[in-house]
Design a protein around this ligand. Structure first.
Ligand SMILES: Nc1ncnc2c1ncn2[C@@H]1O[C@H](COP(=O)(O)OP(=O)(O)OP(=O)(O)O)[C@@H](O)[C@H]1O
Length: 280
């Protein structure tokens, strides 16, 4: 961030950013990304876009369009077949993260945190430990083996749980939580890595309306703090309510990339075809 922007408070920066009155700071540049799981099927074709600091990007498209694959490839859980994913960290040199392996890949995964559709919590471990597991990639192998965490890690985990009203459940086993509570723990686990990007794969798919609003509100707050959020959603209403930008994917290609207010019926028809009547 340049020095003039640094003097603007985070909230102020965020609201200015959303009004497009300040230059956008690029954090990721994806170019000509392609993903095939096998020789017969290409799931992502020639995907190119830039992601900016503090954006809240909704990714929409019908089932099988390639939304989950896109997030997995960005985070490195699935490898790209070709193309580049260039990261522009606040500190350090820009680099292509699409071919990383080993430690470097783990480091990228903590910069580009992901919350998975099925939460991926360890059921028999308590909430606090589940959050601390997010620190493992930044902890030495020996310490991670014995789950040794620093006081600083614990303090941060507790602060995150408190922020998401989960502190009363800190010592409860993850398997005893509701879906909404599990999702909040998964968000804490991703945030304890101090990511600059947070990817969320259908984070509200299994939640009731109250928890849906709660989780979407949390993701918006995260983006307002300067973290770029990309969230796969099946609800166009939620995209319009919460996102500052929407990327529409159809058959593995980006067919729309603009402000949610520009999502017209024609665009939705291209994106959803016959399924348009099932949209909410
Ligand atoms: N691990 C995999 N191996 C082979 N094919 C896969 C794999 N993961 C996804 N696919 C295929 O890639 C295509 C896109 O799937 P993806 O899960 O990315 O779509 P999506 O838009 O997220 O769908 P949904 O909204 O239903 O979650 C589908 O045809 C799917 O069958």
């Amino acid at each position: 961030m340049n020095s003039a922007l640094a003097e603007i408070s985070e909230d102020h920066y965020s609201s200015l950013h959303q009004l497009n009155t300040v230059p956008k700071q690029k954090v990721l540049s994806v170019s000509h990304l392609r993903k095939s799981y096998n020789a017969h099927q290409t799931v992502l074709h020639d995907i190119s876009f830039d992601l900016h600091r503090g954006e809240m990007v909704g990714v929409i498209g019908r089932s099988g369009a390639g939304k989950s694959t896109l997030l997995h490839v960005l985070n490195g859980t699935h490898s790209a077949t070709s193309g580049e994913i260039n990261s522009f960290p606040e500190v350090g040199t820009p680099r292509d993260v699409s071919r990383l392996k080993g430690r470097a890949l783990n480091q990228w995964r903590s910069e580009c945190g992901m919350i998975f559709q099925d939460f991926c919590l360890v059921p028999r471990l308590d909430v606090l430990t589940n959050v601390l597991l997010g620190r493992l990639s930044q902890t030495s192998t020996l310490k991670s083996l014995f789950k040794v965490f620093t006081d600083e890690d614990r303090a941060r985990a507790i602060a995150l749980l408190e922020w998401l009203n989960m502190l009363p459940h800190a010592l409860q086993r993850a398997e005893t939580l509701s879906g909404g509570q599990m999702q909040r723990v998964a968000i804490c686990r991703a945030l304890i890595q101090n990511p600059s990007i947070l990817l969320a794969d259908e984070p509200v798919a299994s939640l009731d309306p109250k928890n849906t609003q709660r989780i979407m509100g949390v993701l918006r707050e995260v983006s307002e703090q300067g973290i770029s959020v990309m969230v796969n959603l099946h609800s166009v209403e939620l995209v319009k309510e919460y996102c500052t930008r929407v990327i529409g994917v159809s058959q593995g290609r980006i067919v729309f990339d603009d402000h949610p207010s520009r999502l017209t019926q024609d665009v939705l028809q291209i994106l959803y075809g016959d399924e348009i009547s099932q949209l909410h």
